[in-house]
Write a protein that binds this ligand. Structure first.
Ligand SMILES: Cc1cc2nc3c(=O)[nH]c(=O)nc-3n(C[C@H](O)[C@H](O)[C@H](O)COP(=O)(O)OP(=O)(O)OC[C@H]3O[C@@H](n4cnc5c(N)ncnc54)[C@H](O)[C@@H]3O)c2cc1C
Length: 117
């Protein structure tokens, strides 16, 4: 959905046909422990290094985590701007450094992640 709304024409042309060709799932990765309704409080950052970005942070309650590819990951390039500093990155699931883990608890929301698998 973020790609449809705000992706460049080049990115849409590259990713959408492949994604729509098969039974693929993607995931919307916004929520964090301290940033649910208040997305501007997110702590995940994106730092540009040359032609790449380094994204650092932890998301939670992500539907389809672990089976989705790619992930739409929201991260802040300018945390002081809160909501206006946030960008969305299309991140292939096989990108080195991503760990998708199931959190087991008695909390209803966390158990939903289990049922999604
Ligand atoms: C089944 C399920 C699937 C999910 N899947 C995804 C997913 O795929 N990707 C993803 O990024 N997130 C996902 N989430 C997370 C979901 O988007 C967040 O739970 C939601 O944004 C609320 O955040 P929170 O749980 O931290 O609650 P909080 O933001 O802490 O809110 C707690 C309560 O306070 C109320 N509240 C908050 N702010 C205000 C305010 N300013 N004024 C009045 N009331 C307020 C809320 O309405 C709520 O009742 C999922 C959640 C569930 C339950």
């Amino acid at each position: 959905m973020p790609l449809l709304i705000a992706g460049t024409p080049e990115l849409k042309k590259e990713l959408l046909p492949k994604h729509c060709a098969g039974p693929n799932l993607s995931a919307f990765c916004l929520t964090e422990a301290e940033a649910g309704s208040d997305a501007g409080a997110m702590r995940t950052t994106a730092k540009r290094v040359g032609n790449e970005y380094i994204i650092s942070g932890t998301k939670q309650f992500i539907t389809n985590e672990g089976v989705a590819n790619p992930y739409s990951v929201f991260a802040s390039e300018q945390p002081e701007l809160r909501n206006k500093g946030i960008s969305c990155f299309i991140v292939p699931a096989q990108t080195p450094g991503i760990l998708a883990a199931l959190i087991k608890s008695n909390d209803w929301s966390s158990r939903m992640n289990y049922y999604d698998r």
